[in-house]
Design a protein around this ligand. Structure first.
Ligand code: COA
Length: 170
């Protein structure tokens, strides 16, 4: 429960960028929770293509007409963010067995950090089993077709980002 008495889950991630796999999981979260707060992490050890503001904005654009989804950036520990939001549920997606060990490790550490919170895992729809933000960026950078794998607004931003990079290489 969140401070409002509603069942709120935080769905954390890097979202660099948001994919249709993430979108599907967030919408499925509405079956179980009153709302889903998408937590866009500043500190993930990755070197994102999109800035934190851009990653938040992409989620905002996609869920603009779905008030049950909200989005906020967070820095530092996910469990500190959960405490700050008075939220005791974390939503995570599992794609393949290979996700399990990492999720298990993270889930146990998060429980140690905040024993009152629970992580809820949902199996990703089979359509998104093989995608990740990284593979989509790789294909987009090399001019491959990523239609249907990311929301259209995200696809446009990816194309624009790589166009800028081609015109202004570092
Ligand atoms: N569909 C498609 N792709 C999916 C997916 C789904 N349902 N779920 C995950 N993915 C992809 C992601 O896009 C990501 O791709 P990438 O590695 O190419 O970027 C990959 O699977 C891994 O995703 P995920 O496990 O969600 O990692 P993440 O980097 O997005 O999120 C955080 C990790 C943010 C949750 C974690 O680093 C965190 O909590 N950081 C805050 C600091 C902290 O508390 N650290 C201690 C943790 S114990």
């Amino acid at each position: 429960m969140g401070a409002s008495g509603k069942r709120i889950a935080i769905y954390p991630g890097t979202f660099d960028p948001l994919t249709n796999g993430h979108v599907s999981l967030i919408r499925r979260g509405f079956d179980v929770f009153d709302s889903v707060l998408v937590g866009v992490a500043a500190d993930t050890g990755k070197n994102p293509l999109f800035s934190l503001e851009e990653r938040v904005q992409m989620v905002k654009e996609v869920f603009a007409r779905e008030p049950r989804a909200s989005v906020e950036p967070f820095s530092g520990l996910l469990m500190d963010f959960a405490r700050q939001k008075k939220c005791k549920a974390i939503l995570r997606g599992l794609r393949a067995v290979s996700d399990f060990e990492y999720e298990f490790q993270m889930g146990l550490m998060n429980r140690r950090l905040h024993p009152g919170a629970q992580t809820i895992y949902m199996m990703t729809d089979y359509k998104w089993l093989y995608i990740s933000s990284t593979i989509i960026k790789n294909v987009a950078e090399l001019g491959g077709d990523i239609r249907g794998l990311v929301p259209e607004s995200v696809e446009r931003r990816l194309m624009e980002k790589y166009r800028q990079r081609r015109e202004n290489p570092l």
